[in-house]
Design a protein around this ligand. Structure first.
Ligand code: 13P
Ligand code: SF4
Length: 307
Protein backbone atom coordinates (compact mmCIF):
# COMPACT_ATOMS: atom_id res chain seq x y z
CA UNK A 1 0.00 0.00 0.00
CA UNK A 2 1.26 3.49 -0.88
CA UNK A 3 1.54 6.31 1.66
CA UNK A 4 -0.19 9.71 1.27
CA UNK A 5 3.20 11.18 0.38
CA UNK A 6 3.78 8.58 -2.37
CA UNK A 7 0.31 9.17 -3.85
CA UNK A 8 0.94 12.93 -3.84
CA UNK A 9 4.27 12.41 -5.64
CA UNK A 10 2.54 10.22 -8.25
CA UNK A 11 -0.17 12.88 -8.79
CA UNK A 12 2.46 15.59 -9.26
CA UNK A 13 4.45 13.40 -11.70
CA UNK A 14 1.34 12.45 -13.72
CA UNK A 15 -0.05 15.98 -13.93
CA UNK A 16 3.28 17.19 -15.39
CA UNK A 17 3.49 14.26 -17.82
CA UNK A 18 -0.11 14.75 -19.00
CA UNK A 19 -0.15 18.58 -19.19
CA UNK A 20 -2.73 18.92 -16.39
CA UNK A 21 -3.29 21.89 -14.09
CA UNK A 22 -4.87 21.16 -10.69
CA UNK A 23 -6.99 23.88 -9.08
CA UNK A 24 -8.10 23.42 -5.48
CA UNK A 25 -10.48 25.59 -3.48
CA UNK A 26 -9.23 26.44 0.02
CA UNK A 27 -12.00 24.28 1.54
CA UNK A 28 -10.21 21.16 0.26
CA UNK A 29 -8.08 19.04 2.56
CA UNK A 30 -4.41 19.85 3.15
CA UNK A 31 -3.30 16.66 1.35
CA UNK A 32 -5.11 17.85 -1.82
CA UNK A 33 -3.91 21.48 -1.62
CA UNK A 34 -0.33 20.20 -1.60
CA UNK A 35 -0.81 18.64 -5.07
CA UNK A 36 -2.44 21.73 -6.63
CA UNK A 37 -0.93 24.32 -8.98
CA UNK A 38 -3.25 27.00 -7.64
CA UNK A 39 -5.28 27.24 -4.45
CA UNK A 40 -7.55 30.04 -3.29
CA UNK A 41 -11.05 31.44 -3.13
CA UNK A 42 -13.65 31.39 -5.90
CA UNK A 43 -12.44 34.65 -7.43
CA UNK A 44 -8.74 33.72 -7.45
CA UNK A 45 -9.50 30.33 -8.99
CA UNK A 46 -11.73 31.77 -11.71
CA UNK A 47 -9.05 34.31 -12.69
CA UNK A 48 -6.30 31.65 -12.66
CA UNK A 49 -8.52 29.37 -14.72
CA UNK A 50 -8.69 31.93 -17.49
CA UNK A 51 -4.90 32.15 -17.73
CA UNK A 52 -3.64 28.58 -17.48
CA UNK A 53 -1.97 27.07 -20.55
CA UNK A 54 -2.51 23.36 -19.83
CA UNK A 55 -4.83 21.28 -22.04
CA UNK A 56 -6.61 19.77 -19.03
CA UNK A 57 -7.72 21.34 -15.76
CA UNK A 58 -8.84 19.28 -12.77
CA UNK A 59 -11.05 21.15 -10.31
CA UNK A 60 -10.95 20.01 -6.70
CA UNK A 61 -13.96 21.83 -5.34
CA UNK A 62 -17.63 21.82 -6.28
CA UNK A 63 -19.49 21.69 -9.60
CA UNK A 64 -20.15 25.42 -10.11
CA UNK A 65 -16.40 26.03 -9.81
CA UNK A 66 -15.64 23.49 -12.54
CA UNK A 67 -18.36 25.04 -14.71
CA UNK A 68 -16.77 28.46 -14.24
CA UNK A 69 -13.43 27.07 -15.43
CA UNK A 70 -15.14 25.59 -18.51
CA UNK A 71 -16.89 28.89 -19.29
CA UNK A 72 -13.57 30.75 -19.14
CA UNK A 73 -11.57 28.04 -20.95
CA UNK A 74 -13.99 26.34 -23.36
CA UNK A 75 -11.22 24.66 -25.36
CA UNK A 76 -9.77 22.87 -22.35
CA UNK A 77 -10.88 19.54 -20.89
CA UNK A 78 -12.24 20.45 -17.48
CA UNK A 79 -12.62 17.61 -14.99
CA UNK A 80 -14.52 17.81 -11.71
CA UNK A 81 -12.48 15.47 -9.49
CA UNK A 82 -15.57 14.17 -7.65
CA UNK A 83 -18.77 14.34 -9.75
CA UNK A 84 -20.98 14.20 -6.63
CA UNK A 85 -19.60 17.46 -5.23
CA UNK A 86 -22.34 20.07 -5.64
CA UNK A 87 -23.12 23.24 -3.68
CA UNK A 88 -26.38 23.45 -1.75
CA UNK A 89 -26.73 27.16 -2.49
CA UNK A 90 -26.02 26.71 -6.22
CA UNK A 91 -28.89 24.25 -6.42
CA UNK A 92 -31.45 26.50 -4.69
CA UNK A 93 -32.32 28.75 -7.64
CA UNK A 94 -32.47 27.63 -11.23
CA UNK A 95 -32.81 29.52 -14.50
CA UNK A 96 -36.56 28.85 -14.81
CA UNK A 97 -37.26 30.26 -11.35
CA UNK A 98 -35.33 33.48 -11.95
CA UNK A 99 -36.90 33.86 -15.41
CA UNK A 100 -40.27 33.96 -13.62
CA UNK A 101 -39.07 36.46 -11.00
CA UNK A 102 -37.27 38.87 -13.34
CA UNK A 103 -40.35 40.68 -14.76
CA UNK A 104 -41.11 41.92 -11.20
CA UNK A 105 -37.72 43.66 -11.19
CA UNK A 106 -37.79 45.62 -14.44
CA UNK A 107 -34.95 48.12 -14.63
CA UNK A 108 -32.85 46.19 -12.08
CA UNK A 109 -29.35 44.84 -12.73
CA UNK A 110 -29.34 41.16 -11.75
CA UNK A 111 -26.19 40.41 -9.76
CA UNK A 112 -25.52 36.70 -9.36
CA UNK A 113 -23.16 35.13 -6.83
CA UNK A 114 -20.66 32.78 -8.47
CA UNK A 115 -22.13 29.93 -6.35
CA UNK A 116 -24.80 29.26 -9.03
CA UNK A 117 -25.18 27.05 -12.10
CA UNK A 118 -23.82 28.06 -15.50
CA UNK A 119 -27.41 27.95 -16.79
CA UNK A 120 -28.59 30.55 -14.26
CA UNK A 121 -25.66 32.84 -15.05
CA UNK A 122 -26.80 33.02 -18.70
CA UNK A 123 -29.79 35.21 -17.73
CA UNK A 124 -28.01 37.43 -15.19
CA UNK A 125 -26.06 40.64 -15.76
CA UNK A 126 -23.02 40.54 -13.49
CA UNK A 127 -21.37 37.75 -11.52
CA UNK A 128 -19.68 38.39 -8.15
CA UNK A 129 -17.67 36.39 -5.62
CA UNK A 130 -17.52 36.94 -1.88
CA UNK A 131 -14.24 38.83 -2.22
CA UNK A 132 -15.36 41.03 -5.11
CA UNK A 133 -19.08 41.65 -4.45
CA UNK A 134 -18.84 44.98 -2.60
CA UNK A 135 -16.45 46.56 -5.10
CA UNK A 136 -18.40 45.32 -8.11
CA UNK A 137 -21.79 46.45 -6.85
CA UNK A 138 -20.26 49.86 -6.08
CA UNK A 139 -19.04 50.08 -9.69
CA UNK A 140 -22.31 49.05 -11.35
CA UNK A 141 -23.77 52.06 -13.15
CA UNK A 142 -27.37 51.19 -12.20
CA UNK A 143 -28.63 52.04 -8.66
CA UNK A 144 -31.24 49.27 -8.67
CA UNK A 145 -29.82 45.81 -7.97
CA UNK A 146 -31.42 42.40 -7.59
CA UNK A 147 -28.86 40.26 -5.72
CA UNK A 148 -29.21 36.45 -5.93
CA UNK A 149 -29.13 33.86 -4.43
CA UNK A 150 -27.40 34.61 -1.09
CA UNK A 151 -29.46 37.03 0.99
CA UNK A 152 -26.76 37.16 3.69
CA UNK A 153 -23.97 38.14 1.33
CA UNK A 154 -26.48 40.49 -0.32
CA UNK A 155 -27.33 42.11 3.03
CA UNK A 156 -23.62 42.58 3.74
CA UNK A 157 -23.14 44.24 0.34
CA UNK A 158 -26.21 46.45 0.94
CA UNK A 159 -24.72 47.62 4.23
CA UNK A 160 -21.38 48.46 2.57
CA UNK A 161 -22.98 50.17 -0.44
CA UNK A 162 -25.86 52.14 1.13
CA UNK A 163 -26.41 54.40 -1.89
CA UNK A 164 -27.76 51.49 -3.97
CA UNK A 165 -31.22 50.02 -3.70
CA UNK A 166 -30.59 46.28 -3.30
CA UNK A 167 -33.38 43.70 -3.41
CA UNK A 168 -32.72 40.20 -2.07
CA UNK A 169 -34.26 36.76 -2.49
CA UNK A 170 -34.19 34.12 0.23
CA UNK A 171 -31.28 31.89 -0.71
CA UNK A 172 -28.03 31.17 1.12
CA UNK A 173 -25.54 28.66 2.40
CA UNK A 174 -27.10 26.52 5.14
CA UNK A 175 -23.67 25.80 6.61
CA UNK A 176 -22.68 29.45 7.12
CA UNK A 177 -26.24 30.59 7.84
CA UNK A 178 -26.43 27.96 10.57
CA UNK A 179 -23.99 29.88 12.78
CA UNK A 180 -25.83 31.62 15.64
CA UNK A 181 -25.10 34.64 17.80
CA UNK A 182 -24.96 32.17 20.72
CA UNK A 183 -22.02 30.43 18.93
CA UNK A 184 -20.23 33.78 18.83
CA UNK A 185 -20.90 34.38 22.53
CA UNK A 186 -19.64 30.90 23.45
CA UNK A 187 -16.50 31.21 21.29
CA UNK A 188 -15.72 34.70 22.61
CA UNK A 189 -16.15 33.48 26.20
CA UNK A 190 -13.84 30.50 25.57
CA UNK A 191 -11.20 32.60 23.75
CA UNK A 192 -11.48 36.17 25.02
CA UNK A 193 -8.26 37.35 23.32
CA UNK A 194 -9.08 35.92 19.89
CA UNK A 195 -10.15 37.95 16.88
CA UNK A 196 -13.34 36.80 15.15
CA UNK A 197 -13.05 36.42 11.35
CA UNK A 198 -16.24 35.52 9.45
CA UNK A 199 -17.39 34.84 5.91
CA UNK A 200 -20.18 37.15 4.64
CA UNK A 201 -22.39 34.11 3.97
CA UNK A 202 -23.10 34.14 7.74
CA UNK A 203 -26.27 35.91 8.92
CA UNK A 204 -26.05 39.71 9.47
CA UNK A 205 -26.38 39.37 13.28
CA UNK A 206 -23.18 37.25 13.29
CA UNK A 207 -21.37 39.36 10.68
CA UNK A 208 -22.01 42.45 12.81
CA UNK A 209 -20.05 40.94 15.71
CA UNK A 210 -16.94 40.11 13.65
CA UNK A 211 -13.57 41.85 13.81
CA UNK A 212 -13.07 41.06 10.12
CA UNK A 213 -15.47 39.99 7.34
CA UNK A 214 -14.13 38.48 4.12
CA UNK A 215 -13.81 35.65 1.63
CA UNK A 216 -11.86 32.51 2.45
CA UNK A 217 -8.66 34.11 1.07
CA UNK A 218 -9.45 37.38 2.84
CA UNK A 219 -9.76 35.53 6.17
CA UNK A 220 -6.51 33.64 5.56
CA UNK A 221 -4.58 36.78 4.57
CA UNK A 222 -5.91 38.67 7.58
CA UNK A 223 -4.86 35.91 10.00
CA UNK A 224 -1.40 35.55 8.40
CA UNK A 225 -0.67 39.26 8.55
CA UNK A 226 -2.25 40.09 11.90
CA UNK A 227 -0.13 40.64 15.02
CA UNK A 228 -2.88 38.79 16.91
CA UNK A 229 -2.09 35.32 18.26
CA UNK A 230 -5.57 33.77 18.43
CA UNK A 231 -8.40 33.67 15.91
CA UNK A 232 -11.94 32.30 15.83
CA UNK A 233 -12.70 31.23 12.26
CA UNK A 234 -16.25 31.74 11.00
CA UNK A 235 -16.15 29.76 7.78
CA UNK A 236 -15.75 26.14 6.68
CA UNK A 237 -13.44 24.49 9.20
CA UNK A 238 -10.77 23.38 6.72
CA UNK A 239 -9.65 27.03 6.79
CA UNK A 240 -8.98 26.66 10.52
CA UNK A 241 -6.83 23.61 9.78
CA UNK A 242 -4.90 25.25 6.91
CA UNK A 243 -4.17 28.32 9.00
CA UNK A 244 -2.92 26.15 11.86
CA UNK A 245 -0.57 24.40 9.40
CA UNK A 246 0.72 27.69 8.04
CA UNK A 247 1.00 29.57 11.31
CA UNK A 248 1.90 27.01 13.99
CA UNK A 249 2.73 29.74 16.51
CA UNK A 250 -0.80 31.18 16.37
CA UNK A 251 -3.96 29.44 17.60
CA UNK A 252 -7.10 28.97 15.49
CA UNK A 253 -10.54 27.88 16.72
CA UNK A 254 -13.74 26.95 14.85
CA UNK A 255 -16.61 29.36 15.46
CA UNK A 256 -19.05 26.42 15.35
CA UNK A 257 -18.74 22.66 15.02
CA UNK A 258 -21.43 22.85 12.31
CA UNK A 259 -19.11 24.61 9.85
CA UNK A 260 -18.49 21.56 7.68
CA UNK A 261 -19.39 21.54 3.98
CA UNK A 262 -19.92 17.90 3.22
CA UNK A 263 -19.80 18.57 -0.52
CA UNK A 264 -16.35 20.08 -0.22
CA UNK A 265 -15.27 17.07 1.82
CA UNK A 266 -16.35 14.57 -0.87
CA UNK A 267 -13.20 14.96 -2.95
CA UNK A 268 -10.43 12.67 -1.71
CA UNK A 269 -6.77 12.42 -2.64
CA UNK A 270 -7.63 9.15 -4.40
CA UNK A 271 -10.20 11.01 -6.54
CA UNK A 272 -7.46 13.39 -7.63
CA UNK A 273 -5.16 10.41 -8.29
CA UNK A 274 -7.89 8.78 -10.37
CA UNK A 275 -8.54 12.01 -12.26
CA UNK A 276 -4.87 12.54 -13.25
CA UNK A 277 -4.79 8.90 -14.42
CA UNK A 278 -7.93 9.55 -16.49
CA UNK A 279 -10.06 6.94 -14.71
CA UNK A 280 -12.08 9.14 -12.32
CA UNK A 281 -13.87 12.48 -12.28
CA UNK A 282 -16.38 13.89 -14.74
CA UNK A 283 -15.62 15.99 -17.79
CA UNK A 284 -17.75 19.16 -17.69
CA UNK A 285 -19.75 19.62 -20.90
CA UNK A 286 -21.60 22.87 -21.60
CA UNK A 287 -23.18 23.85 -24.91
CA UNK A 288 -21.73 26.82 -26.83
CA UNK A 289 -24.74 29.04 -26.15
CA UNK A 290 -24.50 28.50 -22.37
CA UNK A 291 -20.78 29.22 -22.45
CA UNK A 292 -21.29 32.41 -24.49
CA UNK A 293 -24.08 33.82 -22.32
CA UNK A 294 -22.62 32.83 -18.95
CA UNK A 295 -19.23 34.24 -19.97
CA UNK A 296 -20.76 37.66 -20.54
CA UNK A 297 -21.77 37.73 -16.91
CA UNK A 298 -18.33 36.58 -15.67
CA UNK A 299 -16.52 39.02 -17.99
CA UNK A 300 -18.58 41.79 -16.40
CA UNK A 301 -17.29 40.65 -13.00
CA UNK A 302 -13.69 40.99 -14.18
CA UNK A 303 -14.39 44.35 -15.90
CA UNK A 304 -16.10 45.89 -12.87
CA UNK A 305 -13.68 44.65 -10.20
CA UNK A 306 -11.54 47.79 -9.87
CA UNK A 307 -11.17 50.59 -7.32
P1 13P B 1 -15.13 32.03 -1.40
O1 13P B 1 -15.64 32.93 -2.47
O2 13P B 1 -14.72 32.76 -0.18
O3 13P B 1 -14.09 31.12 -1.93
O4 13P B 1 -16.34 31.13 -0.90
C1 13P B 1 -16.85 30.09 -1.66
C2 13P B 1 -17.82 29.35 -0.90
O5 13P B 1 -18.38 28.39 -1.36
C3 13P B 1 -18.13 29.82 0.44
O6 13P B 1 -18.97 28.97 1.06
FE1 SF4 C 1 -21.83 25.85 -1.18
FE2 SF4 C 1 -22.00 26.48 1.39
FE3 SF4 C 1 -20.45 24.46 0.64
FE4 SF4 C 1 -19.76 26.98 0.07
S1 SF4 C 1 -19.91 26.05 2.10
S2 SF4 C 1 -19.68 25.24 -1.33
S3 SF4 C 1 -21.77 27.90 -0.32
S4 SF4 C 1 -22.71 24.59 0.43
Amino acid sequence: MKTIREIQDEIIRLKRENDICILAHSYQGQEILETADFTGDSYALSVKAAGVQNKTVIMCGVRFMAETVKILSPDKRVILANPEAGCVMAEQMDKEMIEMVKPSYEGYTVVVYINTTAALKTICDVCVTSSSAVQIVRNIENDKILFIPDCNLGAYVAEQVPDKHIELLHGGCPIHAGVRVSDVRAARAAHPNAKLLVHPECVPAVVKLADYVGSTSGIMDYARQSDGKEFIIGTEMSITEHLQFECPDKRFYNLSSGLVCKNMKLTTLMDVYGAVKGIAGEEIKLDNETIRDAKRCIDEMIRLNHE
